[in-house]
Design a binder for this molecule. Structure first.
Ligand code: URA
Ligand code: CA
Length: 432
């Protein structure tokens, strides 16, 4: 087989066979096929697309390029949740204990990564003593015993994706649904999930800016999952404004604690219930989505979800007393209110720019080497649609530096107050 022939075949709009796709991904992973040929192929895929079969084959070829996590020693259906990423997305911190409280195994491998705030692990490390450096054995034992554990990313998972993503980044071939969908799904499948619930975000703070693009990506990922034997479904949700009120690591832990008791921000609670009920249903713990939602609400209200969170923290070395005493979480030195300049209605809070404002405070990493300040971030006091009077606080900055003029400038540029607001939809669609 010659790579040049396969590039020509895709360039001409033909379908690559399973063997051809395996040949390409194996050859690329082993450095036998050079970057320039894979760049040309990626561009051909960008223009000619891939069939559902090709996408599933590409996903599995990427999965097989490295290690995979074997969760078969864990009893029950392992359901994983994946978000395509947004600002102030506290859903994982809520859903993991919430679903585990219903005896559904949550075996989560999580990363730190770049972004407006840290990843799930960074957020959890705002809890004194909490750590994810546990052995694979401890991880599996904890999930079997208490249904929940989080372990840091280890092993050589999907090396082909790492190479391919870096190459796409510099060859203008990131924005291909076939390539994005197989990239994301390969990582979930390599991490061992039996079933996958996807939260595909849309809007300013999301990778997919329009609802149509988000739907197309959701359909592509659901189809790949189902074609490779992993029950998969997706929720398409709004990320035009930040989710919930907290953007920042310790602040989001506090927000998760509130939400686990049914006292969280309404949008965050609604999305957690929408994702959670799909997880419960895919885990075969409920016979309908309605029943699944009732079960989730029950453990929020009877304290079981919060107890599960405490158990999880204790199991991984953390101080669970923060749950009842959130003031023990890292606190920023300065709380700075940002008042509205005029009367009106909050018409827009541009999610990604507000996320950058939180990053400027130190809540997220700009580069892999950056240190995160777990205490800092932003607490919204108003959301889109809320009426506001001049002088009233729009949000509170939690900062460890006194001068935050750069952050305040960014905030004023990205919160628009008008005479009315277009109603925002939180959940656009469910794709199964
Ligand atoms: N996120 C991924 O993991 N892969 C892509 O290709 C795009 C976004
Ligand atoms: Ca939030």
């Amino acid at each position: 087989m010659r790579m040049v022939d396969l590039i020509a075949k895709k360039r001409d709009g033909k379908e690559l066979t399973t063997e051809e796709i395996n040949f390409i991904i194996e050859g690329y992973t082993n450095d036998e096929i050079p970057d320039y040929q894979v760049s040309a192929l990626a561009m051909a895929i960008f223009f000619q697309d891939m069939t559902e079969r090709e996408r599933a084959d590409l996903t599995m070829a990427i999965v097989n390029s490295g290690d995979t996590i074997d969760l078969s020693a864990i009893e029950g259906v392992k359901v994983d949740k994946h978000s395509t990423g947004g600002v102030g997305d506290t859903t994982t911190l809520v859903l993991a204990p919430l679903v585990a409280a219903l005896d559904i195994p949550v075996a989560k491998m999580s990363g730190r990564g770049l972004g407006h705030t840290g990843g799930t692990i960074d957020k959890l490390e705002a809890i004194e003593g909490f750590h994810v450096e546990i052995t694979k054995e401890e991880f599996i034992n904890l999930v079997n015993k208490d249904k929940i554990a989080v372990i840091g990313q280890s092993g050589n998972l999907t090396p082909a994706d790492k190479k391919l993503y870096a190459l796409r980044d510099v060859t203008a071939t990131v924005d291909s649904i076939a390539l994005i969908a197989s990239s994301i799904m390969s990582k979930k499948i390599a991490a061992g999930a039996d079933a996958i619930v996807l939260d595909v975000k849309t809007g300013a703070g999301a990778f997919m800016k329009t609802v149509d693009d988000a739907k197309e990506l959701a359909h592509a990922m659901v189809s790949i999952g189902n074609n490779v034997g992993r029950k998969t479904m997706a929720v398409i949700s709004d990320m035009s404004q930040p989710l919930g009120l907290a953007i920042g690591n310790a602040l989001e832990v506090k927000e998760a604690i509130d939400t686990l008791q049914g006292k969280g921000p309404k949008d965050l609670e609604e999305l957690c219930l929408a994702l959670g009920r799909q997880m419960v249903f895919l885990a075969n713990k409920a016979s309908s989505l309605e029943e699944a939602e009732e079960m989730l609400k029950e453990v929020m209200l009877n304290g079981k979800a919060l107890d599960k969170f405490k158990e999880f923290i204790t199991n991984q070395g953390g101080d669970a007393s923060v749950v009842d005493h959130p003031e023990k979480l890292p606190q920023a030195k300065y709380l700075i209110e940002v008042p509205a300049k005029v009367n009106g209605v909050v018409a827009e809070i541009v999610a990604d720019e507000i996320g950058i404002a939180a990053m400027l405070l130190g809540a997220g990493r700009a580069t892999k080497e950056s240190e995160i300040d777990l205490a800092v971030g932003i607490m919204l006091n108003k959301k889109v649609g809320d009426p506001v009077k001049a002088g009233e606080s729009l949000l509170t900055i939690h900062s460890n530096r006194e001068n935050v003029n750069d952050v305040i400038t960014k905030i004023y540029e990205n919160i628009r107050i008008g005479d009315h607001a277009e109603p925002l939809v939180l959940i656009y669609d469910i794709v199964t």
